[in-house]
Design a protein around this ligand. Structure first.
Ligand code: 2DT
Ligand code: MG
Length: 192
């Protein structure tokens, strides 16, 4: 029987090294376990919705804050079926940003956190969230990052990203290897 894939998420501010670590863990899973593993990122700028987001991010369009939030969220909803297909067929996914970025960026504009999060409810839930933090001070403030209630179900790991790429990836690989088998036995979760 094929075991399901894991949904591993990386969150953190710009330039903390998310993309590097996404690539590194993707390679680690494929090489050490010989399992199919795919990396994804949000926003996915390749879809029609993603192209609108790309135009916004490149400063060529203005948009109402809530309309923008809904587009970022839609960009995840349109990926839902393919995410579930990948996981159910045994492919691990390593994802660069997801719902928590969505909530954090919009809530930072003063929009109600619960409203922000409600759009995410029902999406596939990550099994592990690696939060790449640049200082331990940030780590203790991580409750701000989308709100503590959102950290309850998936397992959040705060990783000090202010070290060499190898030090960071060694810690991430160790955590992944430690959690892998027990997480595979859990059913795929849903964001509440
Ligand atoms: P990248 O630089 O990682 O491509 O992100 N963002 C992202 C949001 O505001 N809402 C979201 O839901 C997501 C996924 C974070 C581009 C920028 O888009 C922001 C940075
Ligand atoms: Mg970026």
């Amino acid at each position: 029987m094929t075991k399901r894939g894991l949904f591993i998420l990386f969150e953190g501010a710009d330039r903390v090294g998310k993309s590097t670590q996404v690539q590194s863990l993707t390679n680690h899973i494929s090489n050490s376990r010989n399992l199919p593993t795919k990396s994804l990122r949000f926003p996915d700028r390749t879809t029609p919705i993603g192209q609108i987001l790309n135009q916004y991010l490149q400063n060529s369009t203005n948009m109402d804050d809530r309309a923008l939030h809904l587009l970022f969220s839609s960009n995840r909803w349109e990926a839902k079926d393919s995410i579930l297909e990948l996981l159910n067929s045994g492919t691990n996914i390593v994802v660069d940003r997801y719902s928590y970025s969505g909530v954090a960026y919009t809530a930072a504009k003063g929009i109600d956190v619960d409203w922000c999060y409600s759009c995410e409810s029902g999406l596939p839930e990550p099994d592990i969230v690696f939060y790449l933090s640049m200082s331990t001070e940030d780590a203790t403030k991580r409750g701000d990052y989308g709100g503590e209630r959102y950290e309850k179900r998936p397992s959040w790991k705060v990783i000090n990203a202010n070290r060499t790429v190898e030090e960071v990836s060694n810690e991430i690989n160790q955590i992944f290897d430690f959690e892998f088998e027990s997480l595979q036995k859990k059913p795929i979760g849903t964001l509440k």
